[in-house]
Each structure stands twice: as structure tokens, then as C-alpha cells.
Design a protein around this ligand. Structure first.
Ligand code: AMP
Length: 573
């Protein structure tokens, strides 16, 4: 199928051609004709990188009347980065549309500039939910005549605790509008949004629900916990051309892994919530320019990250949530390319692999960590390819060549090759000379060999784990500071780098609140929440002890079951 068969206007087709898009990607082929009719609500289950921005962006632009200056379309998305990316894409798609104004509004930037921009008129607003709500309340964003609302990465917006804001925004939208919802996964929260705010939507899915992209190879390596970092290094050494993302679970771990990699000579840096916006932008610039080729990131910090050619995603540690694994993996294999998702696991995590396979309908094959010989061979081939592909600037080297010929004239061709390889290579050979095998030899059914039946006592053990493995903190803000649970989740995630799913029950008080995090994440919260401010107010987070829940209490009636004000109603660890 071609773009001009989808029903798009010539001015949009011209812009697409200029962008070099030749044929529509599957989600575009499926969604654009439906969305252009402008009548039906829509659910698109698609990962980031599948071309979904154009899938909703082109019809959205075509639906808008640029002669009218009022706001007609709104796109909601979870992060500032994604907000800017979508705005940039929409601006490119609409370069031949006269009079169309697109405004990006997001938190963490001057609200006054955004108010000014909205006052001067924007037919399309691209926004993060918190800031848009603020602007609606200040009467700067006027949405009474909006006819199309797009929820992009709906699952991520819920993960980031925007449930309350979404509910408020959607309930204030005109009844007569269409709602297009895009999400990588269809979990309960997203299904609830669809149920409450959509009417008989058309559902289009790339693959099954909660399914990963088909062009990703999923691998895992099993090592002892003590060898996890060694295993990472071996994988990186085995892949000299890697342009990859390494995911860690906490900010502290992210920093630690990135620092070790840098010390060990890798072109790596970390991306986590403690970086200021300008530091974050600098890291991203280096990554995009490929001055660094390995980015070590927390899940929260990597949200909205839109880099097209990532070759590998490495889960240094597996996330708790299936959806997070899908999101992480979806950072590779974008724009029709293929990619590899690699999980490092220890013996105790093997069952999680079966779970991921079953729930995502994928196959994760257990591979062996390459040995020193294989690594050295790959490095050598990469080096030789680099030599072969290096451009020779005859003019510039001409005057230096005689000295070089003279210095090497006593060596024949074979000797020169040997020495040249040794210069680049001795450190690798030396490092891997005595490198042993760090693969764990499993004595059980291996991951990647199909699903395993759960032992009957699993649920009991998991409940016990959930009940005891949490720590509670108090925080000196509450309802009187106009704080909701979502704001607490975002504050904690941004500063500690822990994923939102590590936060459990949140109890909002008048001027003090408490929240619960998994024990694994407690250290990161303790060490990173000093010197933090919220709206100019110093924030104090103190340990409030372990959660006093009895293990047999179950969910119903326990504090978790009876949780109020939590962004997702119920969280799992
Ligand atoms: P998205 O999922 O919207 O972030 O898109 C992922 C990448 O694919 C972006 O870099 C887009 O510019 C690119 N893209 C989108 N549609 C097409 C297309 N039809 N042909 C080629 N590239 C595309």
C-alpha cells in the first residue's frame, strides 16, 4: 500500500515525501483510513518506534481547520521529551499547512511562556497531563471546542501516576469528540480509561495485546549474582558495534554500573532522575551523536527516549512488571529495523523468564556468555573491518609516508600485520587469557524451553513477600499543598530513579503523607531524597519503618486493598 491510497491531503503527502517516508508502516496503514473518517473512537496497541506518531498525527492535522484559531485537537503524553518529539513531528508533517499553530506544554518549564503561546492561539496542543490541567484551571487552555483528543503512551501515563489528571482532563472535554488511545500494552488501567471515556472504539493491534514487536530477538544469560557485571562486560566486548541501552532498577545501580564501565574504558554514561535537565540533554546529545554508545538508564529516565538505531537493549536486572520489559525492549527495533533484547538473570530469576515468555507470547532463548576466544575473534573482525573501511586521505598523509616506510622496511607484510594486531589487541588477549566460564549450568528445565507450571505454594510465598518486603517513608507534604498521590510518585521516581511500580501504598495526610516502597528500592529513596524541592518547598523524606502488615492479611481489607488516593488504586511489586 502507498501513502496516497490512505486518503491523506496532497499538502500532507508532500511533507511525508520530503521526510523520506516511502511506504506506510503497518500501524499507519491500519489506523489512518479509520481516523480520517473522524467518527469513531480508536484504540491502537503499538509500541514506540512503530510509526504511531504519524498514524495519529497526520489524520489529526487533516481534521483541524487552520482558519479557525480555537483549539481543536489535544495530544496527551507522559514526558517532556515525548511532548517535544511529537510537536516536532507534527510541525514537520504540517509544514505545507498554512496557519496551523501547534503548542507544546509540559512541566518543568516556564508556565508564563506557555500561557502566552496559548493566548496567541493554537489549534493543536501537545501536553503532559499535569501542566495541561494547570493551564485549564488558569483558563489559559480552552478546550470547549476540542473535537479530537489523543492519549499517547496511555500505559506510561498511568505508570507515572497521571490517573487523576487524566480523569479530570477527560471528564472536562466536550461530549462530542473522538478519543484516540495509543498504548504499548493493554493492562487493566488502560482498559478502564477506554471503558470510561470511549464509546465503542475500533481496536487495532500490531500483534496481540501486551505483545512485543516481532522483529526483536529475545535472549537471556544466566550467571551467578556476583558475576553480573562481568557478564555485562563480556556481552559488550562480544558486540563491538553495539549502540545500546542498559537498564538498571535504581538510580544508584545505574550510576554504579555506568561509572564502572567508564573506568573500564567503555564509551558509557548514565541517565537517571537526579540529573538536571541540562545534564540530561547533554547526555542525550552525546548518545545521539554516538560520542557515547552505551547509555545506562533507569526506566523512568528512559521514558520518552526516542533514538531510532538502538541495536541492543540489555536488562542488567529484570524489571518487576511485564509491561516494563515490553517497554524497555521496544526501545530497539524501531522504524522497521530489527533489534535484540538481552536479559541477565541469576538462578532465582529463571521463573520470571518463563512468565515473560508466556505473558508476552515471545520466546526468550537461553544463550551462553561468550568465552574469551569468541570475544577476541569478534573484536578482531571489527577492528579489521574498521581498517578496511577507513578512508585514506592521500593528500594529508603523503608527507608522513616516507618516514613510516623507512621505519617499517625491515618487516615483511606478515610481520606488520601481526604487530599491528598486537598493538590494538594485546590488552584484550591478556584480559581474556584466563577468563573462565561464568555461565551457570542449570539443573532444572531451562528458561526458553517453554512454560513451567507454578508450584502450588507460589502464591502464598509471593503474598508473604509482598507483605513484608516493603519500607515506609513519611514526606512533609499533603493535601493542603495541592499534592496528590501521582505527584508523590513522580517526585520520588524522578529523584531516586526507582520505577513507579516500586511504590506501593500512599496515604495522603493534610500536611504530611506516607508512602511505601519495595525494600530493594528503599536505599535509593533514602540516599537521593535529600535537598529535594517541590514547587520551591524543601522536601523532607524520613524512614517510617517497615510496613506493619501481617502476611496472612491478603489484599482485601489490608492497607493495600483499602488504599486511597493511590495513582493506580493497586500496585504490585
Ligand atoms: P514513532 O513510533 O512515531 O516514534 O516513529 C518511529 C520512527 O519511524 C520515527 O523516526 C519516524 O520518523 C519514522 N517513521 C514513521 N513513519 C515512517 C514511514 N512510513 N517510513 C519510514 N520511517 C517512518
Amino acid at each position: 500500500m502507498k501513502f496516497d491510497e490512505l486518503g491523506l491531503r496532497p499538502d500532507l503527502l508532500k511533507a511525508i515525501t520530503k521526510l523520506g517516508f516511502e511506504t506506510p508502516m503497518p500501524i499507519q496503514e491500519k489506523a489512518i483510513p479509520i481516523l480520517l473518517e473522524g467518527k469513531r473512537d480508536f484504540v491502537g496497541l503499538a509500541q514506540t518506534g512503530t510509526g504511531k506518531t504519524a498514524a495519529f498525527g497526520l489524520p489529526l492535522i487533516q481534521m483541524v481547520d487552520p482558519v479557525q484559531s480555537h483549539t481543536q485537537g489535544v495530544v496527551l503524553c507522559p514526558t517532556r521529551e515525548l511532548c517535544l518529539q511529537i510537536t516536532d513531528d507534527l510541525t514537520k508533517f504540517s509544514r505545507h499547512v498554512q496557519g496551523l499553530q501547534i503548542a507544546a506544554v509540559y512541566g518543568g518549564a516556564s508556565i508564563m511562556n506557555q500561557i502566552r503561546q496559548l493566548k496567541s492561539g493554537a489549534q493543536i496542543i501537545v501536553a503532559t497531563p499535569g501542566r495541561l490541567l494547570d493551564l485549564i484551571e488558569r483558563r489559559a487552555a480552552k478546550l470547549e471546542q476540542v473535537s479530537t483528543i489523543v492519549l499517547d503512551e496511555a500505559d506510561e501515563m498511568l505508570n507515572m501516576g497521571f490517573k487523576e489528571e487524566l480523569d479530570k482532563i477527560l471528564s472536562r472535554m466536550p461530549e462530542k469528540r473522538v478519543t484516540w488511545l495509543f498504548s504499548a500494552t493493554m493492562d487493566r488501567g488502560v482498559a478502564r480509561i477506554a471503558q470510561n471515556y470511549q464509546h465503542d472504539p475500533v481496536e487495532v493491534s500490531l500483534g496481540g495485546r501486551n505483545e512485543s514487536a516481532a522483529n526483536i530477538d529475545h535472549l537471556c544469560f544466566m550467571v551467578h549474582e556476583k558475576d553480573r557485571y562481568q557478564a555485562l562486560k563480556r556481552i559488550l566486548d562480544f558486540l563491538p558495534q553495539i549502540y545500546g541501552l542498559v537498564f538498571c532498577r535504581t538510580r544508584a545501580e545505574t550510576q554504579q554500573v555506568a561509572e564502572k564501565l567508564m573506568q573500564d574504558g567503555y564509551q558509557a554514561e548514565s541517565l537517571h532522575g537526579e540529573l538536571s535537565q541540562s545534564q540530561r540533554d547533554a547526555v542525550m546529545r552525546k548518545f545521539r551523536n554516538k560520542n557515547i554508545t552505551i547509555l545506562v538508564a533507569t526506566d523512568v529516565a528512559a521514558r520518552g527516549l526516542d533514538v531510532d538505531d538502538i541495536t541492543h537493549v540489555i536488562h542488567f536486572k529484570l524489571p518487576d512488571e511485564i509491561a516494563t520489559y515490553t517497554h524497555r525492549s521496544g526501545r530497539t527495533a524501531r522504524a522497521g529495523k530489527s533489534g535484540v533484547s538481552i536479559a541477565l538473570i541469576n538462578l532465582h530469576e529463571r521463573r520470571r523468564i518463563s512468565d515473560l515468555e508466556r505473558r508476552n507470547n515471545i520466546k526468550i532463548s537461553l544463550e551462553k556468555i561468550p568465552d574469551g576466544h569468541a570475544i577476541c575473534e569478534n573484536q578482531l573482525i571489527a577492528l579489521l573491518n574498521k581498517v578496511i573501511d577507513s578512508p585514506v586521505n592521500e593528500e594529508d598523509i603523503k608527507e608522513h609516508l616516507p618516514a613510516a616506510y623507512e621505519a617499517l622496511c625491515h618487516l615483511d607484510k606478515k610481520e606488520i600485520i601481526k604487530r599491528f594486531i598486537s598493538v590494538e589487541f594485546n590488552h584484550f588477549l591478556e584480559y581474556y587469557r584466563h577468563a573462565g566460564d561464568i555461565n551457570v549450568k542449570p539443573k532444572f528445565k531451562e528458561p526458553g524451553q517453554g512454560n513451567q507450571t507454578q508450584r502450588p505454594d507460589n502464591k502464598k510465598r509471593r503474598d508473604k513477600f509482598e507483605a513484608y518486603n516493603t519500607a515506609r517513608f513519611s514526606i512533609n507534604v499533603g493535601r493542603q499543598n495541592q499534592i496528590n498521590a501521582g505527584a508523590i510518585v513522580r517526585l520520588v521516581c524522578t529523584h531516586s530513579g526507582i520505577p513507579a511500580n516500586q511504590i506501593g501504598e500512599i496515604n495522603l495526610g493534610r500536611d504530611e503523607s506516607t508512602f511505601e516502597v519495595s525494600k530493594d528500592a528503599a536505599e535509593a529513596v533514602k540516599t537521593s531524597m535529600n535537598n529535594v524541592e517541590l514547587d520551591g518547598r524543601p522536601i523532607k523524606v524520613r524512614s517510617a519503618g517497615n510496613s506493619p502488615r501481617p502476611p496472612q492479611g491478603g489484599r482485601q481489607g489490608g492497607p493495600r486493598g483499602g488504599r486511597k488516593g493511590g495513582p493506580q488504586g493497586r500496585r504490585r511489586y
